[in-house]
Design a binder for this molecule. Structure first.
Ligand SMILES: Cc1cc2nc3c(=O)[nH]c(=O)nc-3n(C[C@H](O)[C@H](O)[C@H](O)COP(=O)(O)OP(=O)(O)OC[C@H]3O[C@@H](n4cnc5c(N)ncnc54)[C@H](O)[C@@H]3O)c2cc1C
Length: 387
């Protein structure tokens, strides 16, 4: 079978791959975008609850984690949220700001996917679906890319296959394997933006409380949601980026306030004080944890037990059994190490013409539109630097 030749081949038609293909094509280069699914951008479609939180207006490098603290700065500065918003506005897609700079489609995530596909059409991108079992080999200055159905060759190969979250819609370790095949090191992967397993809070399932959670020096104040299996909600998803197995989390269930002065009213019951601050199911749990009958008046409760109440309310210790895994994670922490990638081009420093963009690399954004912004920015930078 004859190989088809392109100036650039991109593997993975997700957020980063679509953006990169469109930008390469619009610069007049021949480009093929290979995807093993039967359609493109499946994660875009389910993102942001079907409305795609496509960027965050306040994106800054500190909203990302990765082994190298400065790697992502250049890309984020070269392609900003404003640049993506201009593209969205040029397609007359209506959007709204939910909280702290998070932009969502007013209609549906499909509009973002359609916009990217339309950009690909403008760039005459050859979009090839159902390209399964792709293998890549080096042949002189070329990459030979063979799938079950087709053979391709190109001087430039862009790996945009994303992370490991949601294998049910196409996630695979392909990008990590290609990285390793070409000599790149891999930063250990783990699910990120993910709920935690393991508490005895199952009776509280569905209750949500604003709290401050800290782990390894990082503090997050937001809502915690009790689930059947453990803890979730934005505070938990966000702190999961800083957690590793065995690390203890500390939770202040009453951030910004002090419970101690309220425990001095000797003629009031513990129940009346606690239910003043917390949903009654949680208030009852607090009393149970400390082993105090909540119908007692505060004057009848020992100082030792009051200390225990204060300790639990402001410094509760939570040791997760684990996370709900890639099935429930929004992102993958770790990935292809950035130490061997040029931050100004996204090109491998080990193999000329090999690029890594999007979630496959060891750059992970916070909850709130930062991961798509990284996908767009790293894709744009790569497309601009391709020779
Ligand atoms: C439920 C959910 C909701 C999310 N919501 C948001 C949000 O609102 N805002 C936000 O910023 N981020 C969100 N994210 C994260 C965001 O979707 C990702 O960070 C982003 O899609 C990464 O882009 P990417 O192009 O690197 O990878 P992906 O978008 O995952 O694309 C990778 C593509 O490569 C393809 N592929 C994989 N392996 C192969 C292979 N072997 N051969 C060929 N093709 C392959 C995949 O099928 C896929 O099409 C969400 C994630 C999830 C799971």
């Amino acid at each position: 079978m004859e190989s088809e030749e392109f100036e650039c081949i991109i593997i993975g038609a997700g957020a980063a791959g679509l953006m990169c293909a469109a930008e390469v094509g619009k610069r007049g280069k021949s480009v093929a975008l290979l995807e093993h699914n039967e359609t493109a951008g499946k994660k875009i479609l389910i993102s942001g609850g079907g409305r795609c939180n496509f960027t965050n207006l306040y994106t800054s490098p500190k909203d990302y984690v990765g082994s190298e603290r400065h790697f992502h700065k250049y890309a984020l500065a070269e392609y900003t949220p404003k640049d993506f918003v201009s593209l969205v506005e040029s397609y007359k897609i209506s959007y709204f700001e939910k909280e702290s700079g998070q932009l969502f489609c007013a209609g549906s995530a499909k509009e973002i996917l359609n916009m990217l596909l339309s950009e690909c059409r403008s760039g005459e991108v050859a979009l090839r679906y159902k390209e399964k079992e792709i293998e890549v080999v080096r042949d002189g200055d070329f990459f030979l890319v063979n799938s079950q159905k087709n053979r391709y060759r190109s001087r430039n190969l862009v790996v945009a296959t994303g992370g490991l979250a949601l294998t049910s819609i196409g996630a695979s370790p392909f990008g990590h394997q290609i990285g390793q095949k070409f000599g790149h090191s891999l930063v250990t992967t783990q699910p990120g933006l993910v709920p935690f397993l393991g508490t005895d809070y199952s009776k509280l399932s569905g209750v949500s409380i604003e709290a401050e959670i800290s782990c390894g020096g990082k503090k997050i104040r937001h809502y915690i949601l009790f689930t059947h299996k453990g803890l979730s909600g934005p505070a938990i998803l966000k702190i999961s980026l800083y957690w590793a197995q065995g690390k203890l989390l500390t939770i202040d269930w009453l951030p910004g306030k002090k419970i101690a002065p309220h425990l001095k009213y000797s003629d009031r019951t513990l129940k009346s004080i606690l239910t003043n601050f917390f949903p009654s199911r949680f208030a009852e749990l607090i009393a149970g944890k400390v082993g105090v009958d909540w119908s007692l008046k505060l004057g009848e409760i020992s100082n030792k037990n009051k200390e225990k109440l204060i300790e639990f309310i402001h410094r509760d210790k939570f040791n997760p059994l684990g996370t709900e895994g890639y099935r429930k994670a929004e992102v993958t922490l770790g990935g292809v190490s950035t130490s061997e990638i040029d931050p100004q081009t996204m090109q491998s420093q080990l193999q000329e013409g090999l690029f890594f963009i999007g979630e496959v690399v060891d750059v992970t954004g916070q909850l709130g539109g930062y991961n798509f912004q990284w996908a767009w920015a790293s894709a744009y930078l790569c497309a601009r630097s391709l020779k």
